[in-house]
Design a protein around this ligand. Sequence first.
Ligand code: MN
Length: 322
Amino acid sequence: MNFSNTEDIIKSAKKILIISHINPDGDALGSTCALYKAIYNRFKKRADMCTLTYLSPIYNFLPNINLAKSSYDTSLVYDLVITVDVADIDRISNMKILFDKAKTTINIDHHKTNNNFGDYNYVVPEASSTGEVLYTLFKNSNWEIDKDTAECLYTAILTDTGGFRFDNTTENVFKIAADLVKIGANPNKIFTQCYEHKSKNYVMFQNYCINKSVFLNDDKIAYTTIYRRDFEDYKAKDDYTEGLAEQLRAIDSTDIAFIVKEIEPNKLCKISMRSKLYDVAEICSAFGGGGHSRAAGCSIKSSVETSVKKILDEIKRIGNGQ
Ligand SMILES: [Mn+2]
């Protein structure tokens, strides 16, 4: 896999937009900034970068992220729009208008639920992260990976493998990481930036959410619910729930862990689900969601209580966690 069929398109495009999904994580932002720098190095042209709802300062260390904007004028017409780490085109929110109008689109991703929505698609479900897909594309296309690009790719791979812990952490991941370190990515610096810049409110909020967890079926199922008022009480930002489901999954008895986050009282909830054993993407797909087999999510247009019941019914229906 390389850029041989799209290199001329990227080369001739005057206006390029790189975009990832809403609530972008380290893979989304790292991949965006890595591709930006790689295109600059190769063609000496600057693409626009869109980071949508990104607010948290955690990833502000990524080279060139300061050049990204949260949205672009929907009246613009791009020659090329490249999506990175976008499993479903609806996850780029209203920037889909720019995607639909673009002369050409390229879709670079690693989610197995990706339905190849681009004109050109580089979708590798076996890859740990979009960062890994990009690394392979850059290498196979003889595109330079400089220190900035290496830092971005390392961040993408580090965060999507949960710090080289999840079952997507392959031999290849370590080979790539070693190469990126050789180029100049600093593992300790990037780890500290990604995982040790938590605010006090964040830690207190997470402890509160964990404290009120509910355990079912001999503690095989663990979940917690987070209401808007909880966010207000702890002055918590929306992404303060990140890592909660992983904490519940870490309990030895737990097979399935999920969190139900109230988005709009009595109207809309967002669910993040994790498992050690089961395909939670299947459970989430029953509600129009998706993701990976051990980490998936969905939205349910109900109250928190009804959403919990629907999820538990679905777990029961497919016979998991029993
Ligand atoms: Mn990813």
